[in-house]
Design a protein around this ligand. Structure first.
Ligand SMILES: Nc1nc2c(ncn2[C@@H]2O[C@H](COP(=O)(O)OP(=O)(O)OP(=O)(O)O)[C@@H](O)[C@H]2O)c(=O)[nH]1
Length: 300
C-alpha cells in the first residue's frame, strides 16, 4: 500500500422515497442551506449541487426530488429529472428512514438504481429517532434488499456518523483531478436558490394541495447601493394555480404575505451575505402544472 491515497472527485446523489431525509442530509454534509427541507413530501424540485472540498477529495452532491407516481406533466418531468440525475452520478446513496419499515417503494427504487453504473450504498437516515435494537433490525432489512457497496446509518439532525458517511462516499469516487475551483460550494445560480427560499417561505404553514401549486420566478436580481452599503434588489413572482390559492398565500389584509416576505428576506440575506430589498407579487397562472408552456416559463 502507498502512503498516499489517490485524489478522488466525482458526483454523488441521495435517492429514496419522499420524506426519507435526502435534503436534510445534503444540507448537513455541505453545511449550508442549499436545498429545501420540509415535513411535506415532494418539495425539492430543482437539482441543486453542493460541493464538499477535502484534502484528498472533492465530493459534488446533487439533490434530487423524490420519484413518485406521476399524475401531472410536472410529475412526469420530475421523474425524468430524477432519472437523468441518477445516470450522471458516480455514487448513489439510497436513503431509508430508520423509523419506517422497508417498503415496496424502497424496493422499487433499489431495483432501478441497481441497473446504474454508479456505485450504490444504502444510508439509513434519522437514527436519532430509534432505539439501538430497532436500528439493528432495520440495518439487516436494508442490507437484504441488494448487494450494496456499504450500508451506513446516520442522523442529519444530531450529526452522528455524517462524517463517516462522507468518508465512505469519498472512497467510492473515481480517481480524478479536482473538478471545481477551491471556494465554490455550489454551482446552482443564485437566482434559483433565492427562488427556492421564497418558495419555502411561502409554503410555511399551508396545507394540502397548495404546496404543489406554488412556483416562484425571480424576475430581477440587481446589485445596488443604499445608504453607502451594498444591497441586492430582488423582484419575484409567486405563482399559484387558482384565485382561491392566491387569497390563501396573501392572507387577511396581506398578513401572510408580510410574514413570507420577512422570512424570505432574512434567509436570502443569510445566503448572499448582503442586505436585501425584496419585492414579491402573487400571480395566478391557471393550471400551470398541466400546461407545457407555463411549465417552461416557470423553469421546469
Ligand atoms: N429526527 C430526524 N428528522 C430528520 C432527519 N433527517 C430529516 N428529518 C426530517 O424528515 C423530514 C423529511 O426530510 P427531507 O430532508 O425534507 O426529506 P427528503 O427525502 O428530501 O424529502 P422529499 O424532498 O420529499 O423527497 C423533515 O421533516 C426533516 O426535518 C434526521 O436525521 N433526524
Amino acid at each position: 500500500m502507498s502512503d498516499h491515497e489517490p485524489y478522488r472527485a466525482g458526483f454523488a446523489c441521495f435517492v429514496g422515497r419522499p420524506n426519507a431525509g435526502k435534503s436534510t442530509l445534503t444540507n448537513a454534509i455541505i453545511g449550508s442551506k442549499i436545498a429545501i427541507t420540509s415535513n411535506r413530501p415532494q418539495t425539492t424540485r430543482h437539482v441543486v449541487r453542493g460541493i464538499l472540498h477535502r484534502p484528498d477529495s472533492q465530493l459534488i452532491l446533487v439533490d434530487t426530488p423524490g420519484l413518485h407516481r406521476p399524475r401531472t406533466l410536472l410529475g412526469q418531468r420530475l421523474n425524468d429529472l430524477v432519472r437523468a440525475t441518477w445516470s450522471e452520478t458516480d455514487v448513489v446513496g439510497l436513503c431509508v428512514p430508520a423509523d419506517e419499515k422497508v417498503g415496496p417503494g424502497d424496493r422499487l427504487i433499489t431495483k432501478e438504481i441497481e441497473e446504474l453504473k454508479a456505485k450504490v450504498i444504502a444510508v439509513v437516515t434519522k437514527i436519532d429517532l430509534v432505539s439501538k435494537s430497532d436500528l439493528a433490525r432495520r440495518l439487516m432489512e436494508v442490507a437484504e434488499m441488494a448487494p450494496f457497496a456499504d450500508v451506513v446509518p446516520c442522523s442529519a439532525v444530531s450529526g452522528e456518523n455524517v462524517e463517516t458517511l462522507v468518508g465512505v462516499i469519498s472512497k467510492l469516487l473515481p480517481e480524478s483531478p479536482q473538478l471545481y475551483p477551491d471556494h465554490m460550494i455550489t454551482d446552482e445560480p443564485e437566482r434559483v436558490m433565492v427562488a427556492e427560499l421564497i418558495r419555502e417561505a411561502a409554503l410555511e404553514g399551508v396545507r394540502d394541495e397548495l404546496p404543489h401549486s406554488i412556483a416562484v420566478v425571480v424576475e430581477e436580481f440587481l446589485d445596488e447601493e443604499s445608504e453607502g452599503a451594498e444591497r441586492k434588489r430582488i423582484y419575484a413572482d409567486i405563482y399559484v394555480e387558482r384565485p382561491s390559492q392566491k387569497a390563501i398565500v396573501i392572507g387577511k389584509g396581506g398578513s401572510r404575505m408580510k410574514q413570507v416576505g420577512t422570512q424570505a428576506r432574512r434567509e436570502i440575506a443569510k445566503l448572499l451575505g448582503t442586505r436585501v430589498y425584496l419585492d414579491l407579487h402573487v400571480r395566478v397562472a391557471k393550471d400551470w402544472q398541466r400546461n407545457p408552456k407555463l411549465l417552461q416559463r416557470l423553469g421546469f
